[in-house]
Ligand binder design. Structure first.
Ligand code: HEM
Length: 475
């Protein structure tokens, strides 16, 4: 039933060329159906789930719930948890039954089970790496077999929600891992509480919930993207510019919340919980992958949890037709592979948007009018701002404290993020050549000059930085 609903929604979107087609996925009768996936892109929820995540599991899963509550390095009472003493793996083997999940169809419960089994799986597989890292500042080897009491139900639940059986950004670690302190209030950072975590540290709480508070603004991003596509299709310049202004304001809100990361999550703490969000693909801790006992004898290799699977920036890339400007190289292949580690409907949205923006020709339509072109440049600048801040995060939270050459998602640490940042900066330079500054208001003239100068300077600095880091990391 569930796949039928998702499939019919996808077919509806694909078969209608009009810009509003995707919004029809949110028809009210579909939206409330308990078997509809939790992650369905919308103009209100954006890329967050359509229902708030279940904070605890029902009583029939009490052993799993108990293990997860006792799991963090520091538990709620302040005492040391199972991961701190290196006892989590033994506790899983001794206490966890192999639950039967065959009869479950409600996606709110299925996704909560997916979140909780992926937490248990990552803690189980990476527990030895965390112990090793505390002493040696290297990760050693992870466990290479996932026991059947986790592997079998995790694989079944994953198949039901269309996910890979491994911790991911949206359906487990970040976007299905919050609850509201006050049910009647919105999703501001101060109204968010965390459900699961590995460390029990305030910095992990902040790291996860800043992502949620940013994505809380993505409904506006989706709304204005849909509006701008429709306006361009109808050749309605006035409305197109209004929608671009709305989109700009949504992106500015997202970037403002992102900047609060520095205050909510301390750079020196990141390495203490980062081990547990690593993947098993392209990682030296899992040279032979991981066998899922009771599922298959073939080893599995999965990318780890990463904000790279968030949909805000890929949506901006696709709408602004930046994706088409990415160089054809192994780093861009990694980007495309990352984009497959997200909820099915997010993938459908991104694929639809890339095609639709190309068909309507958003870039050409924007550049055909100097005022729209300045707005287009300002939107590129928001993507630049996100990626530049993000590159600063990577230097301050990771590179300062670790010589491990691979990020949690499995990408090379020194070159992958700059591949995308450099593309935005290059496209900003190209775009600036299409703007007739004599045809825009003095305020827009000043703005355009400021954005172009900053992009040129940033590109020069980035090239120097990456060359130095590549030498240091031998990449
Ligand atoms: C301390 C904060 C953060 C750190 C250290 C960090 C680190 C990283 C790293 C190392 C990557 C490379 C991919 C990989 O994992 O292999 C990445 C990718 C990415 N992260 Fe983060 N991240 C942080 C916060 C965020 C936040 C708050 C968001 C918001 C949604 C985010 C969104 C992304 C995106 C979209 C990518 C792909 C980048 C691109 O397309 O250029 N990250 N992150």
């Amino acid at each position: 039933m569930l796949t039928r609903i998702a499939a019919s929604a996808a077919t509806a979107a694909a078969s209608r060329p009009r810009a509003r087609a995707f919004a029809s996925l949110l028809a009210r009768d579909h939206y409330k159906h308990p078997e509809l996936p939790q992650f369905v892109v919308g103009t209100e929820n954006g890329f967050l789930p359509r229902q708030d995540p279940l904070p605890t599991l029902p009583a029939e899963f009490k052993e799993l719930e108990s293990l997860l509550q006792r799991m963090p390095l520091t538990v709620k009472s302040g005492a040391k948890g199972l991961l701190a003493t290196g006892d989590f793996g033994a506790a899983v083997n001794a206490e966890l039954p192999e639950y039967n999940v065959d009869g479950i169809h409600d996606t709110q419960l299925l996704t909560a089970l997916f979140r909780d089994y992926t937490f248990a799986a990552s803690a189980y597989l990476l527990e030895p790496c965390d112990l090793f890292f505390r002493d040696k500042k290297d990760y050693g080897l992870g466990r290479s077999v996932l026991p059947r009491n986790i592997a079998v139900p995790l694989s079944k639940v994953s198949a039901k929600i269309g996910a890979r059986p491994f911790m991911e950004y949206a359906q487990s670690y970040s976007l299905f891992n919050f609850h509201r302190v006050d049910k009647n209030r919105g999703l501001d950072y101060d109204n968010l509480e965390l459900i699961r975590q590995f460390s029990g540290m305030p910095s992990e709480h902040g790291f996860i919930l800043v992502h949620v508070a940013m994505v809380a603004h993505s409904g506006n991003q989706v709304k204005h993207i849909l509006g701008a596509l429709e306006a361009a299709e109808r050749n309605d310049r006035t409305r197109f510019d209004q929608e671009l202004r709305g989109l700009l304001s949504a992106m500015q809100s997202i970037n403002r919340v992102m900047d609060t990361m520095w205050a909510h999550s301390a750079p020196e703490d990141y390495a203490k919980f980062r081990t547990f969000i690593m993947g098993t693909k392209n990682q030296p801790m899992f040279p032979n992958g991981v066998i899922y006992e009771g599922v298959s004898d073939e080893p599995t290799f999965y990318r780890g949890e990463s904000g790279a699977n968030d949909s805000i920036i890929p949506s901006a890339d696709n709408f602004l037709e930046l994706t088409a400007e990415l160089p054809e190289n192994p780093l861009t292949e990694i980007l495309r592979d990352f984009r497959s580690y997200r909820p099915t409907n997010h993938n459908e949205w991104l694929a639809w948007l890339e095609k639709q923006a190309r068909q309507v020709n958003i870039r050409e339509f924007s550049l055909a009018n100097s005022s729209s072109a300045v707005l287009y440049l300002a939107l590129l600048d928001q993507v630049r701002e996100f990626r530049a801040r993000h590159w600063n995060f990577t230097k301050e939270y990771i590179i300062k404290y670790s010589t491990h050459p691979v990020a949690t998602g499995g990408s090379p640490i020194t070159t992958w993020l700059p591949n995308q940042l450099d593309t935005v900066l290059r496209v900003m330079e190209l775009t600036s050549k299409h703007i007739h500054l004599d045809k825009v208001s003095p305020a827009d003239q000043g703005l355009a000059k400021q954005l172009i100068d900053r992009a040129e300077a940033q590109r020069r600095v980035l090239t120097r930085e990456v060359a130095a880091l590549r030498q240091q990391f031998n990449q």
